[in-house]
Write a protein of this length. Structure first.
Length: 283
């Protein structure tokens, strides 16, 4: 070897097999880590995508179920309703007023028309007997008698005779209390509420100018509650009914429940009887 080589010049050192192997191992490991991370990202994206699909499907099922529930609430398969205080049910949704009168009251459509007395759906179908409408759950109807047209036919238009004729048209059998010309009583089956199905006697004092003035509250036999002057319906405003009790025997109570807005109401016997229906319905 020359002196120059010995003193000033160094030969380059080539990387040995171990050096190249170490460098290649790091690159392979890094590449492997990148591929794994990419695979994890792709997997996570797939899970998110499937999760969003499941979420969308669940939301659609929820919307469908909610819609079906709302439809079932507003449009039940079996519809419950009442006519003149009698409860009925049907699966038929579309009716005409005349069909309801004929099918559920048996009265003559030529001399009667239908009214709806539900507080949220009050309506008169007079003159609209053949116009179809959609029956809703819980509907309440009364059948109203128009009476004979001529005034000179001798038919009573006021007072007790008029009120009794109206009760008879609704299927009741009223009687005047002996010695009390304005006192009327009749058998009544409670149609709804906590006492539904019970047979009672109802009494009414009918003003001489009915239908201009309605009867006050109802007289009831037998007793349902202790007497109580104050308070609210159903247990308040209850007193002994001496006139009915002395004349007919048994126990009678007077429930002070006047028709609160008779001046604006359809002045008919059925209208007052819808008030009586509600008194029992709210027990």
């Amino acid at each position: 070897m020359s002196e120059a080589n010995q003193e000033g010049h160094q030969e380059p050192i080539e990387a040995g097999p171990k050096g190249r192997e170490a460098c290649g191992h790091d690159e392979v490991k890094a590449l492997h880590d990148v591929e794994e991370a990419k695979a994890d990202i792709d997997k996570a994206k797939g899970e998110i995508r499937h999760g969003m699909e499941d979420l969308n499907a669940a939301e659609q099922e929820f919307d469908t179920a909610e819609h079906e529930l709302e439809e079932a609430h507003h449009h039940p398969k079996v519809i419950h309703f009442s006519v003149d205080g009698e409860n009925y049910e049907t699966e038929q949704r579309n009716w005409t007023p005349n069909e309801i009168i004929k099918d559920f009251s048996g009265l003559d459509i030529a001399t009667h028309y239908l009214i709806e007395t539900d507080p949220h759906h009050q309506a008169s179908f007079q003159g609209k007997g053949d116009v179809p409408f959609q029956l809703h759950e819980g509907a309440r109807f009364q059948v109203i008698s128009v009476g004979p047209a001529p005034v000179s036919d001798g038919t009573a238009r006021t007072g007790v005779p008029f009120f009794m004729a109206g009760l008879k048209s609704l299927g009741f059998n009223p009687t005047v209390v002996p010695g009390k010309s304005e006192h009327v009583y009749f058998a009544y089956e409670i149609p709804t509420g906590n006492f539904a199905g019970r047979q009672v006697q109802l009494g009414l004092i009918v003003p001489a100018d009915f239908p201009m003035t309605s009867p006050g509250g109802i007289h009831v036999s037998p007793r349902f509650y202790p007497n109580r002057g104050g308070g609210t319906h159903p247990t308040g405003g209850i007193h002994d009914s001496a006139d009915f009790q002395n004349a007919l025997g048994g126990e009678w109570q007077y429930w002070s429940r006047p028709y609160s807005n008779w001046g604006a109401a359809k002045k008919a016997v059925a209208t007052y009887m819808s008030h009586v229906w509600k008194l029992w319905d709210t027990q």
